[in-house]
Design a protein around this ligand. Structure first.
Ligand code: KIV
Length: 251
């Protein structure tokens, strides 16, 4: 399996988050390039306020589920906050995630010690710049005004320290365009406009499942309505004695 991407003007890279076996099975039948076992699962799967409480055991569990459903796909798994604060912990956690089925890991920020520790041990990793949910105090766009230079430098560092790809989250389109032009590694945008080398969205958001979504999300389905109606129909049919019907009965 070719696990690296090169920048290409003709083919954009598609990435979605994925946390479970059945969704992975469906995604495996599509042409989606990368499944991201994101620590966003702390919010959309576990209902927590942030991604910060997600543990390495949980990321291993979800990586195993997704790998079972999508044996051939490239799977990127987030290093959860508690494992990405010192080089040895990051190396150990990355090895466990790769053992669980991840193709590579994703890590937020541009900490030189940690990123070079991964690179020196030949652990493939994807960087993450701009809005960094593990350390952010709010979810407002980053890279505006004086912060522009900070995000640009973050991105340059992440490439220099050995990332194979970089996620740019919630930054102005024009800044993402400049970063995309200056970097040799592909950029994957989420709330970073049209000019990145690829795009990523949280699967629950694009499917229209729960939670209020930010402006940059496009809903491709309204599963919340479909699920709500299905459950109500089920209840109604039980009450009316329509379900179970003849076809659902063992003789
Ligand atoms: O955890 C996640 O889902 C992510 C994406 C928002 C890029 O990091």
């Amino acid at each position: 399996m070719d696990t690296t991407f090169s920048k290409s003007k003709s083919k954009k890279i598609s990435m979605i988050t994925c946390y479970d076996f059945q969704t992975a099975q469906i995604a495996a039948k599509t042409e989606v390039d990368v499944l991201l076992v994101g620590d966003s699962l702390g919010m959309v799967f576990q209902g927590k306020e942030s991604t910060r409480e997600v543990t390495i055991e949980q990321m291993i569990y979800h990586t195993e589920c997704v790998r079972r459903g999508a044996p051939e796909k490239i799977i990127t798994t987030d290093l959860p906050l508690h494992t990405s604060l010192d080089p040895q912990k990051a190396v150990d956690a990355s090895r466990r995630l790769i053992e669980a089925g991840a193709t590579n890991v994703k890590i937020e920020g541009n900490n030189r010690e940690i990123l070079t520790a991964l690179a020196e041990r030949k652990i493939p990793f994807v960087g993450h710049a701009g809005l960094l949910p593990q350390s952010a105090t709010d979810y407002k766009p980053k890279g505006r005004g004086e912060d522009r230079q900070v995000v640009l430098q973050q991105s340059l560092d992440i490439q220099e320290f050995g990332a194979s790809m970089i996620v740019l989250e919630c930054i102005p389109e024009e800044l993402a365009k400049e970063i995309t032009q200056r970097l040799e590694i592909p950029t994957i945008g989420i709330g970073a406009g049209r000019f990145c080398d690829g795009q990523v969205l949280v699967i629950n958001d694009l499917l229209g499942l729960g939670r209020k979504v930010p402006k940059f999300v496009k809903k491709y389905a309204n599963l919340e309505e479909i699920i709500y109606n299905a459950i109500n129909n089920y209840i109604l049919e039980i009450e009316k004695g329509v379900f179970p019907g003849q076809e659902n009965i063992y003789k």
